[in-house]
Write a protein that binds this ligand. Structure first.
Ligand code: GDP
Ligand code: IMO
Ligand code: MG
Length: 422
């Protein structure tokens, strides 16, 4: 029995999808534990490219069972679209996907409120998928859950009650037209007919799988610095992508977790607003974006790019309990003569001992860089650590030492065979 957790160690898009796909060959069950369709996890197999938003990336491995845990917020439309797309690509979903009865639903008004909030002064740069407003209802204890779909009468009552409240808010606060309650009820009753077969008490299911000695991989979305508690608040998402979230988002207790693997990109990216100390606003940043094809898998937005931040990843290692990491996109750095790594932050002339998660300080820190020589050689066909050029090895050794982790996987391209397992 083993229970592994995969966490993004930066601001998301580290390549979690690819690495979950690689690691899922050693697991029987893969579970998503938080977030929703704000995630975009890319997996390339042969000439096919899959972008998963809600369904765990393990679905692409034959025989692996996938679970959407209680911590996830589910947009029915996004889920049904994803199921259809996968089926069209020849992936069998039936009997391989279970959805927690305790997961919350994203309702049309959540997406509407997300876009209204984003048009105001407290813009975060969200993905517009209704994530924040749905978690607000969850914590206000007014959310609608998957379990509510199982009783049509209860579902109808809850939707009516919720829409009455939301219509009041839309009309009085935002001067917005009212939502059509009958249309929404019909849409969700229809959704219920389509997903009934997938609904399960996934907590008990996962616990009996553990008793049978099965191995489980818990797939995080987003990244540590987007964590609502430990990230760069308020420029964060509304859930806990960090490893603690894997327990609350699945019902698997901390005592059962056997490993936490961090995914780190060989440089740094961020989508949306918020401080980003190593961001490169010059042609080097543009070059990283171009070579790295750094455009959002969910929204298509250009990702902000910058050098690797060892100080930030060290914080992430500490919060998540990461021991081993997968370093992704090392191949993208092959075209740089020199590569910088941030090893510390200075603020008002003093070197900081701890990572500042408050925006006011983080916006004003000066990254302290060390410069390493590039390797100027294509590494995308390297099959072993020994085949990497000496400067690429030195770069890996340097970031591992400065961030305090051990490297378990090196990824040198998006495909399955562009992976070096140490
Ligand atoms: P996720 O959200 O963490 O799963 O990451 P995304 O899928 O949003 O973004 C990662 C992007 O990098 C995807 O387009 C992947 O196909 C791609 N990718 C992953 N690993 C590598 C790698 O080692 N090299 C290159 N060139 N691309 C990679
Ligand atoms: P994956 O799983 C990168 C960012 C948004 C925004 C902030 C809040 O693919 O790594 P939200 O829609 O969650 O309320 O937006 O979080 N964000 C992501 N950035 N990768 C993601 O997911 C993200 N999911 C949300 O850009 O800054
Ligand atoms: Mg992504």
């Amino acid at each position: 029995m083993s229970v592994g957790v995969i966490v993004g160690s930066q601001w998301g898009d580290e390549g979690k999808g690819k690495i979950v796909d690689i690691l899922s060959k050693g697991y029987e069950i893969v579970v998503r534990y938080q977030g929703g369709a704000n995630a975009g996890h890319t997996v390339e197999i042969g000439d096919k490219k899959f972008i998963l938003h809600l369904i765990p990336s393990g679905i692409l491995r034959d025989g692996v069972i996938c679970v959407i845990g209680n911590g996830v917020v589910i947009d029915p439309k996004a889920l049904l679209d994803e199921i259809k797309q996968l089926e069209n690509l020849g992936i069998n979903i039936k009997g391989r996907l279970f959805i927690s009865h305790n997961a919350h639903l994203i309702m049309p008004y959540h997406k509407l409120l997300d876009s209204i909030n984003e048009s105001g002064t407290s813009k975060i740069g969200t993905t517009g998928r209704g994530i924040g407003p749905s978690y607000i209802d969850k914590y206000a204890r007014t959310g609608i859950r998957i379990v509510d779909l199982l009783d049509k009468k209860i579902l109808e009552e809850k939707i009516r009650c919720s829409i009455e409240e939301k219509n009041n808010l839309l009309k009085k606060v935002y001067d917005h037209s009212e939502l059509n309650v009958e249309e929404i009820i019909k849409e969700y009753l229809d959704f219920d007919d389509k997903i009934d077969e997938y609904i399960k008490d996934t907590t008990y299911y996962l616990h009996s799988a553990l008793e049978e000695g099965k191995s489980i991989l818990l797939e995080g979305a987003q990244g540590t610095l987007l964590d609502i508690d430990h990230g760069t608040y308020p420029y964060v998402t509304s859930s806990n992508p960090t490893s603690g979230g894997a327990c609350t988002g699945t019902g698997i207790p901390p005592t059962k977790i056997t490993s936490v693997v961090g995914i780190v990109k060989a440089y740094t990216t961020r989508v949306g607003l918020g401080p980003f100390p190593t961001e490169l606003l010059d042609e080097t940043g543009e070059k990283l974006r171009k070579i790295g094809a750094e455009f959002g898998a969910t929204t298509g937005r250009p990702r902000r790019c910058g050098w690797y931040d060892a100080f930030l990843v060290n914080y992430s290692r500490m919060i998540n309990g990461i021991e081993r990491v997968a370093v992704t996109k090392l191949d993208i750095l092959s075209e740089f003569e020199e590569i910088k790594v941030c090893v510390a932050y200075e603020l008002n002339g003093k070197v900081l001992k701890s990572f500042p998660t408050d925006v006011s300080r983080l916006l004003n820190v000066n990254p302290v860089y060390e410069t390493l020589p590039g390797w100027n050689t294509d590494i995308s066909n390297a099959k072993s650590y020994d085949e990497l050029p000496p400067n690429a090895k030195s770069y890996l050794d340097f970031i591992a030492k400065k961030s305090g982790f051990e490297i378990g996987i090196i990824s040198v391209g998006p495909k399955r065979d562009q992976t070096i397992e140490l």
